[in-house]
Ligand binder design. Structure first.
Ligand code: PGA
Length: 262
């Protein structure tokens, strides 16, 4: 059974000292669960100091973004090469990057490739807008986003990949309609189906598919108990350490294993 993966997506919140205090509280609150992998996505600036403070048995770090070139005259950017050894994961293709910063499927593809080139596992975000959903384009959008981002990868890379289905209309900052778990299951299945089509059954079995969009301590269980849902990306609720800790606990309880709190 795959471990549940819970990603705290802090976005552009918390400066370094706030992030450090928050991590301190979270580490006190969250035990080590062998069956749940917890990933924190602070600002790029906070990654280095948090990496020193972090209890590595409990948490891993993800970069919220990076540029796809490894180095060069790209003023103000941070490359995946610079993040190598600092983070396990990088969030790529998040709808806020696509919408506010014009990231196309091709840019997302290049970032996914750059992450793997630097031994960082991408958490690839895909999902349709409300307008696209109403126009019946959901499958087409997911198909295009997934296939463009992953078709050039190796099977081994895809097996380690994380894909988060995050319908834009469900993200708290874009509308925050709380999706019923049954309403998003078929899209999550479709994501895995795309992987199956491109890379076969083993890759489809191993790739981790997450749900994201207004997940909180009350709604988490519904998504996490869906068959084929390997975890969640949590935005707003991850900024409250009590709520986030509860979501982690829910993931653990659903897994039905004993805590390995030491
Ligand atoms: P939300 O954000 O949980 O605040 O809806 C999720 C995300 O953007 O990843």
């Amino acid at each position: 059974m795959r471990k549940k993966l819970i990603v705290g997506n802090w976005k552009m919140h918390m400066n370094v000292s706030q992030a450090s205090l928050f991590l301190h509280r979270l580490q006190e609150k969250v035990p080590h669960y062998a069956d749940v992998e917890i990933v924190l996505t602070p600002s790029l600036l906070a990654l280095q100091p948090l990496s020193v403070q972090l209890d590595r048995r409990k948490f891993r770090l993800a970069a919220p973004n990076a540029y796809f070139k490894d180095e060069g005259p790209y003023m103000g950017e941070v490359s995946f090469t610079m993040l190598r050894d600092l983070v396990h994961y990088a969030v790529v293709g998040h709808s806020e990057r696509r919408i506010h910063f014009g990231e196309t499927d091709q840019i997302v593809r290049d970032k996914v490739a750059a992450a793997f080139r630097n031994e960082i596992t991408p958490i690839l975000c895909v999902g349709e807008t409300q307008v696209e959903r109403r126009a019946g384009e959901t499958k087409q959008v997911i198909h295009d986003q997934v296939t463009t981002a992953i078709s050039h990868l190796t099977t081994k890379e895809v097996e380690s990949l994380v894909i988060a289905y995050e319908p834009v209309w469900a993200i708290s900052t874009f509308g925050g309609i709380v999706a019923k778990p049954d309403d998003v299951k078929k899209e999550m299945d479709f994501v895995r189906h795309q992987v199956h089509e491109l890379f076969g059954p083993k890759a489809a079995k191993e790739v981790r598919v997450l749900y994201g969009g207004s997940v909180d301590d009350h709604t988490a269980a519904g998504y996490l108990s869906l068959e084929g849902c390997d975890g969640a990306i949590v935005g707003g609720a991850s900024l409250n350490y009590e709520k986030f800790a509860k979501i982690v606990e829910v993931a653990h309880q659903l897994h039905g294993s004993e805590s390995e709190n030491t």
